[in-house]
Design a protein around this ligand. Structure first.
Ligand SMILES: C[S@@+](CC[C@H](N)C(=O)[O-])C[C@H]1O[C@@H](n2cnc3c(N)ncnc32)[C@H](O)[C@@H]1O
Length: 224
């Protein structure tokens, strides 16, 4: 995308009622006004579901259409990508959708303890090199951040094209004695994956499917 288009999208994000772009310093000072009050932002008291690294927001939108009785927040640092999801949500309209532009490293500053019911992680960069482990979105440090904001019993969903990411996360969870609800290393060939896992496809997923890559899915909780 050209830089002119990106700038136009950034400007439009500023005016979108369903996009929030908190200042990093405000988050770091634990001064973010929506933390603990997201249901007031939506104007509806319903379970809160996050998609981390949402890109253009296909999963957030797909789940929001299926579950109008839940509130959804797509999180990504790239404003020009989440603009796509936000624009679609405003046009439809989908009133149970918000996009939050921030780093996932700060996720526990944007939500209060126990505020979130479910977290989806869709097609994260697997960060295969050892030196990149600290950026891998299911490493123990990230899991600890998710634990802080999830309700007791809250579920996480990892959908990826990376056998490495799937296996790494599965091994970590087993080693930590955490609850694995469901695991499938090739969801379109092995039966049993939930409908919302096979029927909603993201921008990246469609590209991986064209390349014939298997898609994996893991559902887990951060308790034994
Ligand atoms: C491979 S893309 C997947 C996008 C989308 N989930 C999909 O399947 O089409 C990974 C996304 O994660 C976002 N991302 C990566 N690291 C991030 C971080 N630390 N904080 C916020 N977003 C991040 C990127 O901007 C990118 O949009």
């Amino acid at each position: 995308m050209g830089s002119k288009n990106k700038l136009r999208r950034f400007a439009e994000n500023e005016g979108f009622t369903n996009v929030d772009q908190p200042d990093r310093d405000i988050l770091l000072k634990n001064d973010f006004p929506h933390a603990g009050k997201w249901n007031a932002f939506f104007g509806k008291d319903q379970p809160l579901v996050l998609e981390l690294g949402c890109g253009k927001g296909e999963y957030t939108l797909g789940l929001a259409r299926r579950y109008p009785d839940r509130n959804f927040i797509g999180v990504d640092i790239k404003g020009a990508r989440l603009w796509r999801g936000a624009k679609t949500a405003l046009e439809e309209p989908l009133e149970n959708v918000v996009f939050l532009r921030t780093h996932i490293e700060l996720i526990d500053k944007a939500f209060a303890q126990g505020e979130v019911s479910e977290i989806w992680i869709t097609f994260p960069d697997p960060q295969i090199k050892f030196k990149r482990t600290k950026h891998r979105m299911t490493n123990p440090e990230f899991l600890e951040r998710y634990r802080r904001i999830l309700k007791p019993g809250g579920r996480l969903h990892l959908k990826t094209d990376s056998e490495f990411m799937h296996g790494y996360t599965l091994g970590l969870l087993q080693g930590m004695g955490l609850k694995i609800h469901y695991s499938n290393h090739d969801i379109y060939r092995n039966e049993g994956a939930p409908e919302e896992v096979t029927e909603i496809q993201t921008f990246y997923e469609k590209q991986y499917l064209e390349e014939g890559k298997p898609i994996t899915y893991l559902s887990f909780s951060l308790e034994s």
